[in-house]
Design a protein around this ligand. Structure first.
Ligand SMILES: CC(=O)N[C@H]1[C@@H](OP(=O)(O)OP(=O)(O)OC[C@H]2O[C@@H](n3ccc(=O)[nH]c3=O)[C@H](O)[C@@H]2O)O[C@H](CO)[C@H](O)[C@@H]1O
Ligand SMILES: [Mn+2]
Length: 364
């Protein structure tokens, strides 16, 4: 028999039971889906109560244009530009790590070209959040003046100043497309509580305002000044900054929270980097997720009578361990000249600590 003939005839014979089986499958799957207890987990619709609760979870925040997988964001069109060509066999930095194992760039001087980046990020509005509660209002003047000189120059910027002393916010001349927005908030008696509640307040205002007003949020400490360019090279769905005290340290010596009782707990055999609490950010939905998660973790810790060793910074580190940032800023973006000796590979100091007398300024 011709093999083709065999397959021709037997195909018809085989096809009948298969079609019958498929039809039965379709019928029974419909019947089962109508029968309680036969639904698969995924297709179960949550009880109204569950739905309300899960809508508070950071993962289930509403989708937005920026809310997409790392590699699926829309590529912006850039105009004709003249800039030096990258050379594949001449890497611009060989002295430092410029890429994480999950392919997030680590931002160092020499690794980026602002001409290209500025074109890619034109029409972007950046929100810079900063808290100046109680005596910390004294830092605002230098902070704003230096930000005008170095932070996102040429782009639209909203300075969101969270303070309990709106009258003490200084008037600083601002460039075009830049504005100060004063957000009056409560204070706390302990500095640790002020620091930690930043997560809650950023979360709250993200929902109320930031989602509608800016594309990215940059969340920083106020007791600092800009001293070199900080531009759109830092912008990404989620970014953190290498803490200047730990960039070369082994993970065992990172000052993560080590007590399993805390929501910020990280075991000694885990950890990528030690991130600083004083400089993080991302798209508004991602920052909303981060701040919601960190705030919820701090509420849970408080209920158990535990406070993480480095407060919000410990929770930020835990979050960024399990939600890998899409860019990592080098310590150029957060440095303390009085505490640390500048290593030769640190070519620029972009955002640096302003010395403060802790006894004089904290808890006042
Ligand atoms: C540079 C850096 O990574 N700093 C982190 C580090 O502490 P720092 O020692 O830099 O903490 P800090 O005294 O600067 O406090 C954090 C921030 O809270 C605000 N504030 C604090 C007290 C106050 O009375 N009024 C007020 O407005 C202010 O914006 C300040 O910059 O660890 C803290 C948690 O322990 C935070 O994670 C900080 O972000
Ligand atoms: Mn600080």
């Amino acid at each position: 028999m011709d093999p083709r003939d065999f397959w021709g005839k037997s195909a018809k014979l085989w096809l009948c039971p298969i079609l019958l089986f498929v039809a039965c499958l379709g019928f029974y799957s419909n019947v089962f889906s109508l029968t309680p207890g036969w639904q698969s987990k995924e297709s179960q619709s949550p009880e109204p109560q569950q739905l309300q609760e899960s809508s508070l979870q950071p993962e289930s925040l509403p989708l937005s244009e920026c809310d997409c997988h790392l590699d699926t964001c829309r590529i912006p069109e850039v105009p004709r530009l003249i800039y030096p060509k990258a050379q594949v066999l001449k890497p611009t930095r060989v002295d430092v790590l410029v890429m994480t194992p999950w392919f997030a760039p680590i931002i160092w001087d020499g690794t980026f070209d602002s001409a290209v980046l500025d074109a890619q990020f034109r029409n972007t509005t950046i929100g810079l959040t900063v808290f100046a509660i109680k005596k910390y209002v004294v830092f605002l003047k230098l902070f704003l003046e230096t930000a005008e000189k170095y932070f996102m120059v040429g782009h639209r910027v909203n300075y969101y100043i969270f303070t309990d002393r709106p009258a003490d916010v200084p008037q600083v001349p601002l460039g075009e497309g830049r504005q100060v927005v004063v957000l009056e908030v409560r204070n706390y008696s302990r500095w640790q509580d002020i620091s930690m509640h930043r997560m809650e307040m950023i979360r709250n205002f993200s929902q109320q305002r930031f989602l509608h007003e800016v594309d990215y949020l940059v969340c920083v400490d106020v007791d600092m000044k800009f001293s070199d360019h900080v531009g759109v090279e830092i912008l990404a769905p989620l970014f953190g900054t290498l803490h200047p005290g730990f960039y070369a340290a082994p993970r065992q010596s990172f000052t993560y929270e080590r007590r399993p009782l805390s929501q910020a707990y990280i075991p000694r055999d885990e950890g990528d980097f030690y991130y600083a609490g004083g400089f993080f950010g991302g798209s508004v939905p991602e920052v909303q997720r981060l701040t919601t998660a960190c705030h919820q973790a701090m509420v849970a810790d408080k209920a158990k009578g535990i406070e993480a060793v480095w407060h919000d910074e410990s929770h930020l580190n835990r979050y960024l361990l399990y939600h890998k940032p899409s860019k990592v800023l080098s310590p150029e973006y957060l440095w303390d000249e009085h505490m640390l000796q500048r290593p030769p590979f640190l070519r620029k100091l972009r955002y640096v600590a302003v010395p403060k007398n802790h006894a004089e300024i904290r808890n006042r």
